[in-house]
Design a protein. Structure first.
Length: 199
């Protein structure tokens, strides 16, 4: 008996990675454990980078990665082909992250003590400036709402277009643009306040 087929995507703008993902998902739908294992290894670091910044807890991010990839394993045939496979997978991860945040209600900020330790060492001025900037940016990002933090991460960390982000987070493109506008404005205010506090 033939396994369900992954719907074909438009070949226009499809990268080699997109083609690999489509073939891998087809094999996963067919029950290939080895293809799933390879797909898991490819997506694990990317999903972790994204989710750690959204939920701010590494253990929770790891659980969501596993839940996401379990959904890929058990429900791959639900992929409708309207986006890239990666966009579909990140959409699953994003929705699971929001559900966990709502359920857990413990979105406390990362401790500022860790950031201060980073810049307290006697490093050359340049290294200390980079560490301060990195610490301030991470602190500011942690203070954004999950919705605003997600669009920043998906745009700058993962290089998704606004159209792809709209598919991932399940909202219109104009909503993504509005969230990005507010996220940038909020980041500017937070970074300004952090700079004032440290001067």
């Amino acid at each position: 008996m033939n396994s369900p087929q992954v719907p074909e995507q438009s070949q226009v703008g499809q990268s080699a990675e997109d083609a690999v993902d489509a073939r891998a998902l087809q094999a996963v739908i067919g029950g290939s454990r080895s293809e799933f294992d390879q797909m898991y290894r490819r997506y694990y670091p990317r999903l972790m980078d994204f989710l750690v910044r959204v939920v701010t807890h590494r253990d929770l991010a790891e659980e969501i990665v596993n839940d996401t990839m379990y959904t890929v394993w058990t429900s791959g045939s639900a992929f409708a082909g309207r986006s890239k496979v990666s966009t579909w997978i990140f959409g699953i991860a994003y929705r699971k992250a929001l559900k966990r945040l709502l359920r857990n209600r413990h979105t406390e900020l990362e401790s500022l003590d860790d950031t201060h330790e980073l810049v307290a060492h006697e490093n050359p001025v340049h290294d200390a400036d980079i560490a301060r900037l990195r610490g301030a940016l991470n602190t500011a990002l942690a203070r954004l709402s999950p919705a605003h933090r997600s669009v920043i991460e998906l745009t700058y960390l993962l290089d998704y277009s606004y159209e792809e982000i709209a598919d991932i987070v399940g909202c219109p493109v104009n909503t993504v643009k509005t969230r990005m506008f507010h996220a940038r404005a909020h980041l500017r205010r937070l970074l300004g306040a952090l700079a004032s506090a440290r001067s």
